[in-house]
Write a protein of this length. Sequence first.
Length: 376
Amino acid sequence: MEPIRMVDLVGQFAKIKEEVKSELDKVLDSAAFINGPAVQDFQANLQAYLNVKHVIPCANGTDALQCIMMAYDFPKGSEVLVPSYTYVATVEVIALLGYTPVFVEVYPDTFNIDIEDLESKVTDKSVAIVPVHLYGQCVDMERLLRVAKDKNLLVFEDTAQAIGAQYTFSNGIKSMAGTMGDAGATSFFPSKNLGAYGDGGAIMTDNDELALKLRMIVNHGQSERYYHDSIGVNSRLDSLQAAILNVKLKYLDEYNSARHQVATTYSNAFKNADWLTPPVESEFSSHVYHQYTLKLSDGVDRNGLVNHLGSLGIPSMIYYPVPNHLQKAYSYFGYQSGDMPNTEDLCSRVISLPIHTEMTVDQQEHIIHNVLNYLR
């Protein structure tokens, strides 16, 4: 049996090696390394895939969120509602720009933002919501967009973990993750479902004026070289990464389907286990399983399970061990232990198992057997 990895980028690359090399050669031969044809092609292809008017490529997913907020230039101290149960990048851009993150609870079954708690925390200083489509499935966007409209708030979707996921509205209309709010941000970090071989990111929007502003911000605030209309940053997706992403985009639905099949096999094996709860799939969203995350019951030694699996060559991860509202970096906002029971509880009991496009039957059976064997 091949070694088990959390994400098998080696095996995935082997299947597309010649296509990737061919596209990289084109970039190398052209020497158009910044904003070259590969970037323009990828932008157009991702726009078509997501059915969105504008994709603005940038250097990484964190920059994507930061540039969106820079475009709106909120007054210092403005409040942005964000789940505490998310990767720190979602929160750090809010604080970095001088805004106040208002931490919101998540639902204990889907791990996504709690709409009722969100609504209760809106104040006259609130300007935006950042819903995070965590682990690969969409937040209940119909309800969230209704709250945003009622409260006059902007919506910036963090879809770093859910590229390719699809949300179905009650009227039957389907939309891709990242395209339903005022803007969306995604990451092409190598381990993502659509991953580059380095850093990369993109912003999505249907707003023409916002798109124009964002294209300037990611390129030093210039619309014409050496003429700077606003303060910007240097955040560009380079042509080599765009060429790789252009190849992988063609396989994204296939990759997501493979991940879902692995998840289904796991969940079928674990559905009757007493000491863990498999992830829940929402009825309104497809799930692309960036992570397969179990919730352990009281009495299970999580560290013991991690060590047990590790001794057998099975990696696992804890996403995330400390909620953002209790991180030292954000202690000055005054949150205390107990402020968000669901979030704090999840951080104490979740564990993520390997899931990727190259998982073999033997590997998955080995993982399942040893998880269940430890819990008996």
